[in-house]
Design a binder for this molecule. Structure first.
Ligand code: HEM
Length: 211
């Protein structure tokens, strides 16, 4: 019973807010880049069609939405310092001596914006991931033994929520408002000011919205 409770707590605490934070960042980046939003809509119209709702079987076809999510994670990694490591043995890494027991924080936020690694690192360019499947410099969800253990669930949930929102609606900013991208810097980075967006239906048949 205790283990079951711990497992459920993990799903709610580690998985709930992180997923909603990332949905918000992706939606904000898309509204800020209408040409990228247009390509996502085109992909959804082609892969799903406007006379049906998104199903799990459509998700593997959404390559462009997938790279949009990857690029959003690059610019807005949810845990900028990951979870701290504490080595059980002293070692030297990259010329730095790290005594055992040291608390080591990895600045993944800086690595994901490092101009030595990324071309135009501050620009939102999902295309950079289209032909790049194995990048060892890209680990917004951690790496190694302590990688996010909910990653397979998180990846599926995130693309399903986003595909459904984007397929069913056009999203626009309310009149006279502007998006801004500051984050609430801390262990987890969420948007400082919530993104507000107005939906307009896209589907051909209104009855689909009642399903
Ligand atoms: C978009 C959603 C999510 C994001 C962005 C995310 C991100 C992360 C990151 C960056 C870490 C630290 C990894 C490291 O330090 O190497 C982590 C750890 C963890 N995540 Fe997630 N996560 C998400 C969803 C979930 C879900 C859905 C679950 C559970 C069902 C989950 C469970 C965990 C657990 C248990 C750890 C600690 C792993 C360990 O220390 O061994 N996460 N997550």
């Amino acid at each position: 019973m205790t283990q079951l409770k711990a497992l459920l707590m993990d799903i709610v605490v580690a998985g709930g807010e992180t997923t909603s934070i990332m949905v918000e960042w992706v939606m904000a980046e898309l509204m800020h880049h209408p040409q990228v939003m247009r390509k996502v809509h085109e992909e959804l119209a082609k892969s799903v069609g406007l006379d049906s709702l998104v199903e799990e079987s459509h998700l593997p076809k959404l390559h462009y939405l997938d790279v949009v999510i990857k690029e959003t994670f690059r610019l807005h990694p949810p845990f900028p310092f990951l979870v701290p490591r504490c080595p059980s043995q002293s070692s030297t890494i990259g010329g730095y001596y790290i005594p055992k027991g040291t608390m080591v924080w990895l600045n993944v936020w800086a690595i994901l914006r490092d101009p030595k690694i990324w071309k135009n690192p501050l620009e939102f360019q999902p295309e950079r991931f289209l032909n790049d499947s194995s990048n060892f410099n890209y680990f917004p969800s951690g790496s190694g033994r302590r990688i996010c253990s909910g990653l397979p669930l998180a990846e599926r949930t995130l693309i399903y929520i986003l595909a459904s929102l984007l397929h069913s609606f056009e999203w626009k900013l309310p009149h006279d408002t502007e998006l801004e991208f500051s984050d609430n810097f801390g262990i987890g980075t969420k948007k400082l000011h919530p993104a507000v967006a107005l939906p307009t239906p896209r589907l051909s048949n209104f009855e689909l919205y009642a399903k």
